[in-house]
Design a protein around this ligand. Sequence first.
Ligand SMILES: Nc1ncnc2c1ncn2[C@@H]1O[C@H](COP(=O)(O)OP(=O)(O)OP(=O)(O)O)[C@@H](O)[C@H]1O
Ligand SMILES: [Mg+2]
Length: 228
Amino acid sequence: MSALIKAEGLSFSYSEQNHNILDNLNLEVDEGEILAILGLSGSGKSTLCYCLSGIIPHVYSGELSGEVKINGRLVKEMDMPLIATKLGIVFQNPETQLFFPMVESELAFGPENLCINRDEIKRRIDLTLDLLNLEDKRNENTGHLSGGQKQLIALASVLTLRPNILIFDEVMAQIDKKGKNAIKDIILELKKEGKTVIMVSHNLDNIDVADRIMALKNGRLMRFEGSL
Ligand SMILES: Nc1ncnc2c1ncn2[C@@H]1O[C@H](COP(=O)(O)OP(=O)(O)OP(=O)(O)O)[C@@H](O)[C@H]1O
Ligand SMILES: [Mg+2]
């Protein structure tokens, strides 16, 4: 079986910098797998998430070489709305992800853009709020939520899109213990549904749900041997 996500010889440097953040990196992720990627601050974890999710090159530009494929298709040749039906990313900073004053509008936005009908959108929102224990936040102003709650709403806004692949960029960073456990439960639930999860982190604390751990060092991925 070929990998669901495959990066081959992936190198990237941001515009006007001649330093490769990713340097001939290879990665294969199978369907249904939970992969954790560990790396020190500044090692390029977020940059890798952007490459895997098409944000590089579709939104951020720079010097990119090598290939990223989802289901055998080149990410650089897919447009962002198409990618969004297959892959969802929860950003490290939830402020980047939240646009609407009200939680419910935030959760409806993605599926509305995909022209999903109103009843189905409502069903997805109900299920997602229930799953994340956020029912009481439905009519809240996102601006009034704590960092951890914003992170959960950002996660919810991706879950309502029902992608098969989820990328979590340090989503546990601002969240309290209860929220962390909720996210871990959700990750395991997603795995049961056959979804694929890539989670990046700078420490080992919250990645016990992973099937496999890799380390990002010097722009490449290697097997994690216990320290970074
Ligand atoms: N938009 C950008 N333009 C130029 N350089 C950038 C940009 N974003 C990140 N970098 C640089 O690329 C390198 C890798 O950054 P990246 O954010 O991918 O690392 P990270 O592992 O996610 O770090 P952290 O643990 O702090 O989140 C850093 O040196 C950073 O300064
Ligand atoms: Mg980062």
